[in-house]
Design a protein around this ligand. Structure first.
Ligand SMILES: [Zn+2]
Length: 411
């Protein structure tokens, strides 16, 4: 849920379609998403809803005070161009069909045509009769966009309204505590939403975090006064980490051998009480291996292998490739061609960019530089600088608005 300072809250929803219902290519888009004014004589109901809810503007020269206008330009890039067919641009974003049909709808004295229609789905629009923008997403970046709304928090400002101290010729007392208030203003909508404890964020299906560790480095939990020998002998966590049990399970179940660690929770379920994996009877869950920095060495290379190796029964098998068992996970990565040209660092930064902010990516890049692990840092920089600097415009604006700062420095 995104709350603005005016109007109703917005829901941003990202749907993952069942494989049978995916829209894999451009040809599938038109059936579900339209960015055109419907024919009034064919579907008068839809025509009315689109004209009421799905037209952008008028903005631009017709209405400079439209909320979308930033620096005298529409921030949503409306009106778009006429396009005879739906296509995908070089960045992988869809360009929806907007035919020059001559149909227009007049709003505030301005004629708006297919160039000003916000993409919609006919069924959803008719069912909910509200502004529902539907877009075709084929990039992990869309997910990050969603989570930004949850995590960014409201912008903050401090203002106060005070009486004129000179009016009665008295020096007004200064309340220094009050001057340093750091408060958050939330809109009435958001206040009500929070008071009623509605979900601000909801996710389905569940995501399972999959721990992993180098041989003999699993976490063992014990009390401060426990005898260390009996801990090593008896503690269940010594021999049955989720990760070790996964390899045990690969010995037992035939259908486990086609799955990587991440894919495993789709067909198997972790039984906490028995501390073992069992074939799943219902539902499914998505697995995620937590990320580790390249600077930690072997654990980083083990993680790379875990995303590739299917159904290993031991650490040795993870290190094996084409019948040869390598000494280290790093060597095994090289043997598999996963570590040829620094592209693994580009991959790592790209993967991290799906969830991490520019700031954390820059920290990661700096760590890579300091650990001297890249052979061609400039290659990695060229391939990822856009991701590393994604928040720079926003930060620059904030710095420039700050009167005490005259020179800028990033990273
Ligand atoms: Zn606009």
């Amino acid at each position: 849920m995104e709350f603005q300072k005016r109007g109703l809250p917005h829901a941003h929803v990202c749907l993952f379609m069942h494989p049978d219902h995916k829209l894999p290519s451009v040809d599938h888009i038109d059936k579900h998403i339209s960015a055109e004014i419907p024919d009034k004589s064919v579907d008068p109901e839809l025509y009315l809803i689109v004209s009421e809810f799905m037209l952008h503007g008028p903005c631009g020269i017709h209405n400079m005070s439209c909320p979308c206008m930033i620096d005298r330009k529409c921030s949503k890039n409306f009106p778009k161009k006429f396009t005879p067919v739906t296509s995908i641009d070089t960045n992988g974003f869809p360009v929806y069909r907007r035919r020059d049909s001559g149909i227009f709808i007049e709003k505030s004295g301005v004629k708006l045509d297919n160039r000003s229609v916000v993409p919609y789905n006919k069924v959803l629009l008719k069912k909910y009769q509200a502004h529902i923008n539907v877009e075709w997403c084929n990039q992990a970046g869309s997910i990050k966009y969603l989570f930004k709304y949850i995590n960014k928090g409201p912008d903050r400002a401090t203002i106060s309204v005070e009486g004129n101290a000179n009016q009665n010729n008295q020096q007004q007392e200064r309340d220094e505590i009050k001057e340093y208030y750091d408060c958050r203003y939330i809109s009435a909508c958001e206040a009500a939403w929070r008071i009623f404890q509605f979900d601000v964020h909801y996710r389905s299906p569940s995501v399972m975090r999959l721990p992993f560790h180098l041989p003999g480095q699993q976490q063992v939990i014990y009390g401060a006064d426990d005898d260390i020998d009996s801990v090593l002998e008896k503690s269940e966590s010594v021999n049955t980490s989720k990760f070790l049990s996964w390899m045990e399970c690969n010995k037992k179940y035939e259908n486990a051998k086609d799955l990587t660690y991440v894919e495993f929770p789709v067909n198997f379920v972790w039984k906490q009480n028995k501390r073992c994996w069992e074939p799943r009877k219902q539902g499914f869950s998505i697995g995620r291996i937590h990320s580790v920095s390249p600077s930690v060495g072997e654990a980083y290379y083990l993680r790379i292998l875990l995303n590739k190796v299917k159904g290993p029964k031991s650490y040795e098998e993870i290190k094996s490739f084409n019948g040869l068992t390598h000494d280290t996970f790093r060597q095994a990565c090289y043997a598999r061609g996963l570590l040829d040209d620094d592209s693994e660092y580009v991959d790592a930064i790209e993967e991290a960019s799906e969830t991490g902010s520019g700031y954390s990516l820059r920290t990661m890049f700096a760590t890579l530089l300091l650990s001297n692990s890249m052979s061609r840092p400039e290659f990695v920089w060229e391939a990822t600088w856009k991701l590393l600097s994604e928040d720079i415009g926003y930060r620059q604006q904030r710095f420039l608005n700050c009167p005490g700062i005259s020179s800028l420095c990033f990273i």
